[in-house]
Structures are given as structure tokens and as C-alpha cells.
Design a protein around this ligand. Structure first.
Ligand code: ADP
Length: 465
């Protein structure tokens, strides 16, 4: 890999996001000596994330709380006015929006992520599956073009065999997906998924897949520079999900054979190469009990669970994102990856997503003032928090992630014990949290085997008591 291309350092980087990921971005930039700019909605005026940036500007006063962070024109205007060189979109909001990446490109602002044409291809699950197929990577059996109507969905479902899953091609975050056990369910569900998809993602394209029973969700972290150098940072096991949403993630995915893990990582790199991927991204797979694995989608952005990969590889992925966008090669000393073999992994890491949700009330988000806040800590414990202090107001407008507790240890058992200890040290008063629920997961003997599949949480009622 070449070393000499070094790009020009950004002076100012904006995070077009909020909460913990905005803070994560500001920290990476600060470590690099780049100055930082926050944008915040009216509802976030007193949120701590904006105080972690060198400058901060309110956006979208006349918009809805979510609309403020989706206002491309306004964000670009503020970036231009304050001489921002680069925008990091974080996750959610505009992170996978090709129009936003293009607007940045056209304004001479670097978008810290892949180019807009890659976002276009990967933002759509059907076109991403096509790319995987082109590389000879297995995909879940399913339709290859959007389905026209419920009748066609039923015919396809019968040909794949039940159960099946209806998916919105533009879907994300566990939304826009429904499992169907029989013909009637497909007929009833099709219009629901379609209207949901239109409303949530602005695109009503639906496809169908065979629903895999009890798979594991395994994903591979990719890093790619602007010169075609691509490596993987190994895999993560994200099978601990509640209703298709990740709760606890860990690495390595030690319950899967080394041979299959290596193949999955190699295939992830193949897919990234095929699309000319640049920056950090994640290639997601489902793995069945027999070791068959299938590509499901690629997330062209930083992911919530990137922390576990950082802990075991010692690579700061968000910092690497900034450096890559500046034009540095992977081999540049600040990143230090000359070849795949330079990426080493040691020990085990687990991330727990602590949310302000009430497990006793069907995980409804809880809101209000945090009256007491004490954290866990100590050797091998990392906290990535959002609005985390006594006195903070938890608003109903945004997602309920409060703090990510990530631990690292030489053994999985050690990391589990450390996570439990860190969570038991944590005190949050004034709002309900899911801490007790996560503790039940960490203590469960099945979790300790590393073998949990994606339905484990939903099928294990004792976790909810
Ligand atoms: P999103 O983009 O919303 O995250 P994904 O396509 O990544 O959606 O899928 C999220 C989760 O949904 C997977 O981790 C898995 O638990 C479940 N899932 C998706 N497709 C299938 C399938 N074909 N069979 C079984 N479970 C699936």
C-alpha cells in the first residue's frame, strides 16, 4: 500500500448528528487536533453534546425535532457560513442519504463516508443483494425485483416456502420488516409493510425473503481508503436482538467456526471492492445452524456497535474515518494498516446498550429529569454516553440510547463479568432504564455459550422479569 498520499488536514469538522455519536465524533476530531462544530435542534438546546464542540449552532427552529437534523439545505448553509471543511453524519438521520452526500460534494465539503453513488447502491437492500450475488457471495433466497402486489407476494412466498419475511428495500433500524407464517398473513401484511415503508422511508418497494429460523447475525467491519485499499476489522456477533433491534453485541463471534468466520470476512471485503467502497462500513450476514451464511445488507456508515471492534483491534474507527476523508491511505502512520495482517485482534469485547426504556411497560421510552447518575468504570470499561448527568432532561423526541457500556477482557467470561459489574455500579434515578434486563441477558447460561440466535431474547420470557 502507498504511504506517500497524505491529503490535507481538515480545519473544522461538523457532526450532523446529536447525542452520543456526536460526542464520539468530537472526541476523535479533538484527538486529531481538528476543531469541531455542533448543530442542535431547539429541543436539544440544553443537551450536553453541543457543549463538547468548539462551536455550536441551532438549526430548524421551525422544524419538527427530527426534521431539524434532516434539513439538508440548512445544514449545508451553516457549514458554508462557518467554513466547515467536512461533515460527519454519524448514524441514523442523514448518514445514508445520497442526496446529502451529493450536496456536500457539490458544496466542496467533504462527506465523511462513502461517495454518493455508493450510498445509492447500498442504501437499497435489493440492489445491495444484486452486488453480493455478482461477487458470488450467498444471499438469502428471495425476490430480486420489487413485488407489484399482494398476489405476487403470495405466489413468491409459496415458491420459497413458509415462513417468509416481507422487507422494505429502503428499510433500516429493524423497521419495515414482517415475518409471515402463511398465505393469509402475506396477503394481510403486504399493504401494511408497503404503507409503512412509504411513510418511514419515502419508498414503497417491497421484497420477500425466506425467513431463516434461528440464525445468528454476524457482521464485518470494513475500512477502505480512497485509493482502493480495503481491509476488514473482523466480525461482530449481533444476534442479541429484541424485535430485530440489537441490544448486546460482542466480538469475536467465537461460537462460529474459525473457517466460516474467515470466509465471511473475505466475502465482506469482496463486496466492498466490487462497489468501490470508501471509508468505514459494515457488511451484514445471517448464519444458520449448519454454518450456511447469507449476505443481507451493507450499512454504509459508522454503526452503534463499532466500539467492540475498537476495543479488540486498538483501531479508532471514527478517527480513521476522518483521516480517510482527508485523503490519507490506510498505511498512513495515523492509521497504520499496511496490509490485512496488520489488523490484529486480542481478547473479547461486549457492548451493552443502556436505554431509557421501561422493560415492565413493554419497553416504552421513559422521559423526564435524571435525578441521580453514577457510572461504572475501572480497567477495561468504556462508556460512550449522550445526555448523562444528574439534572439532564430525557426528552421524548429522539431515540432512547443513554449510554453504551463496552468492556474488554482476555476471556469472554471475564468480559461478561466486567459488564455485569459495571452495570451494577451504575445508578440512574428519575427515569427508568433497561439495565436489569441487560443484566438478565449477561447472566443467562445460554448467553455465556456465545450461541444465542436472533430469536433468543424474544423467546426467553425469564429475561423480562
Ligand atoms: P435493518 O436494516 O432494519 O437493520 P436487516 O436487514 O439488517 O434490517 O435485518 C435486521 C434483523 O432482522 C436481522 O439481524 C435478523 O434478526 C432479522 N432478519 C432479516 N432478514 C431475515 C431473514 N431472511 N430471516 C430471518 N431473520 C431475518
Amino acid at each position: 500500500m502507498e504511504k506517500e498520499r497524505c491529503g490535507k488536514n481538515f480545519k473544522k469538522v461538523m457532526a450532523a448528528n446529536r447525542g452520543e455519536i456526536a460526542i464520539r465524533i468530537f472526541r476523535a476530531c479533538c484527538d486529531l487536533g481538528r476543531s469541531t462544530v455542533a448543530i442542535y435542534s431547539k429541543e436539544d438546546e440544553y443537551n450536553v453534546f453541543r457543549t463538547k464542540a468548539d462551536e455550536s449552532y441551532m438549526i430548524g427552529e421551525n422544524k419538527s425535532p427530527l426534521g431539524a437534523y434532516l434539513d439538508i439545505g440548512m445544514i449545508i448553509d451553516i457549514a458554508k457560513k462557518h467554513k466547515v471543511d467536512a461533515i460527519h453524519p454519524g448514524y441514523g438521520f442523514l448518514s445514508e442519504n445520497a442526496d446529502f452526500a451529493r450536496a456536500c460534494e457539490e458544496s466542496g465539503i467533504a462527506f465523511i463516508g462513502p461517495p454518493s453513488h455508493v450510498l445509492e447502491q447500498m442504501g437499497d437492500k435489493l440492489s445491495a443483494k444484486e452486488i453480493a450475488k455478482r461477487c458470488g457471495v450467498p444471499t438469502v433466497p428471495g425476490s430480486t425485483v420489487p413485488i407489484r402486489d399482494a398476489q405476487e407476494a403470495v405466489e413468491l412466498a409459496v415458491s420459497y416456502g413458509f415462513p417468509v419475511i416481507l422487507k422494505a428495500s429502503a428499510g433500516g433500524g429493524g423497521r419495515g420488516m414482517r415475518r409471515c407464517a402463511d398465505e393469509q398473513e402475506v396477503r394481510d401484511t403486504f399493504p401494511l409493510v408497503q404503507s409503512e415503508a412509504l411513510k418511514a422511508f419515502g419508498c414503497g418497494d417491497i421484497f420477500i425473503e425466506k425467513f431463516l429460523e434461528e440464525p445468528k447475525h454476524i457482521e464485518v467491519q470494513i475500512l477502505a481508503d480512497q485509493y482502493g485499499n480495503i481491509v476488514h476489522l473482523f466480525e461482530r456477533d449481533c444476534s442479541l436482538q429484541r424485535r430485530y433491534q440489537k441490544v448486546v453485541e460482542f466480538t469475536p463471534a467465537f461460537a462460529i467456526s474459525q473457517d466460516i468466520r474467515e470466509k465471511i470476512c473475505e466475502d465482506a471485503v469482496k463486496i466492498a471492492k466490487e462497489v468501490g467502497y470508501v471509508n468505514a462500513g459494515t457488511v451484514e450476514f445471517l448464519v444458520d445452524r449448519k454454518g450456511g451464511y447469507y449476505f443481507i445488507e451493507m450499512n454504509p456508515r459508522i454503526q452503534v456497535e463499532h466500539t467492540v471492534t475498537e476495543m479488540v483491534t486498538d483501531i479508532d474507527i471514527v478517527r480513521a474515518q476522518v483521516l480517510i476523508a482527508e485523503g490519507k491511505t490506510l498505511a498512513a502512520p495515523e492509521i497504520g494498516i499496511e496490509k490485512q495482517e496488520d489488523v490484529k485482534r486480542h481478547g473479547y469485547a461486549i457492548q451493552c446498550r443502556v436505554t431509557t426504556e421501561d422493560p415492565q411497560n413493554n419497553f416504552a421510552p421513559d422521559t423526564g429529569k435524571v435525578t441521580a447518575y453514577r457510572t461504572g468504570g475501572g480497567f477495561g470499561v468504556r462508556l460512550d454516553g449522550g445526555n448523562t448527568y444528574a439534572g439532564a432532561e430525557i426528552s421524548p423526541y429522539y431515540d432512547s440510547l443513554l449510554v453504551k457500556v463496552t468492556t474488554h477482557d482476555n476471556t469472554f467470561e471475564g468480559a461478561c463479568n466486567k459488564s455485569l459489574r459495571a452495570l451494577s455500579e451504575t445508578r440512574v434515578r428519575g427515569v427508568k432504564t433497561n439495565i436489569g434486563f441487560i443484566e438478565n441477558i449477561l447472566m443467562h447460561p445460554m448467553f455465556r455459550t456465545g450461541k444465542c440466535h436472533t430469536k433468543f431474547i424474544d423467546e426467553t420470557p425469564e429475561l423480562f422479569s
